[in-house]
Ligand binder design. Structure first.
Ligand code: ZN
Length: 255
């Protein structure tokens, strides 16, 4: 993404803090600089957004935007690992920011206490390099897909329910790549959410961690990623599959 940088760009403290990942040849100094220059928007601070934000902040992401319109409730605490009992009734974005800065005070964390709907103003998201969609319903995901397409921003999307999860990377910055609506052309009128279907916290943690991992690989440009692929996770039966996502020539969003 950016030009190669030298060791001098990182302080001694940063070299020490990120040492265990810098020694990985795939990351190295250059990758650490790419991470520290990256601007990531995480939408949804639930069971997926909490672990994704934690690992990205700990890895030394430069700037993170947190978007959510909810407050912390007791029933969040089985999986939303950024929050504690003393955070109940606080805005998730505020409690999450406070916790994330304790993990890594060098990261710049911005917040928006706002609901993503069709009137959403995407002005403040334009400058971000990657959007990670950690929301929990099809309607919001399709709006985020449109925002990412309009602003040509790559979109990493995750979902988790019961013991299962999905992760995909959509290159909404490229005209040739499939988008989220290519995968789901017909949206269900109502979709299941963890409120009535349930979810195990550790399953959300697994999927959220895969989201962070994909984001780091994408920024540092190594490994195989889930670009135009859907990673299907079944943690009850330990069954993992990856299927290709094709571009839909009749897609209502990207064609
Ligand atoms: Zn599409």
């Amino acid at each position: 993404m950016q030009a190669k940088k030298t060791k001098a760009d990182l302080t001694d403290n940063q070299l020490l803090r990120y040492n265990r990942q810098i020694v990985l040849p795939e990351i190295d100094i250059n990758g650490q600089n790419l991470l520290s220059n990256a601007k990531i928007a995480i939408i949804g601070l639930g069971g997926l957004g909490c672990p994704a934000a934690t690992y990205l902040v700990s890895s030394g992401i430069g700037t993170m935007l947190l978007v959510d319109h909810d407050d912390v409730s007791l029933s969040n605490l089985n999986r939303q690992t950024l929050f504690t009992e003393t955070d109940i009734d606080k805005r998730k974005v505020d409690a999450a920011k406070q916790r994330l800065l304790k993990f890594n005070s060098e990261v710049s964390v911005n917040t928006k206490y706002i609901k993503i709907d069709k009137d959403f103003n995407d002005r403040f998201i334009k400058t971000y390099d990657i959007i990670i969609d950690c929301t929990d319903n099809f309607e919001t995901r399709t709006i985020i897909n449109q925002i990412a397409l309009l602003n040509k921003i790559p979109l990493i999307t995750g979902a988790a329910l019961k013991f299962e999860g999905q992760v995909a990377l959509f290159r909404n910055d490229l005209d040739t790549a499939p988008c989220y609506r290519c995968l789901y052309p017909d949206l269900p009128a109502t979709s299941g959410s963890c409120v009535d279907t349930g979810i195990l916290g550790s399953v959300a943690g697994f999927v959220g961690t895969v989201l962070a991992n994909e984001c780091i690989k994408f920024i540092c440009n190594f490994g195989n990623n889930f670009d135009s692929k859907l990673f299907l996770i079944d943690l009850k039966n330990n069954d993992f599959k990856t299927i290709k996502i094709n571009k839909d020539k009749k897609c209502v969003h990207c064609e």
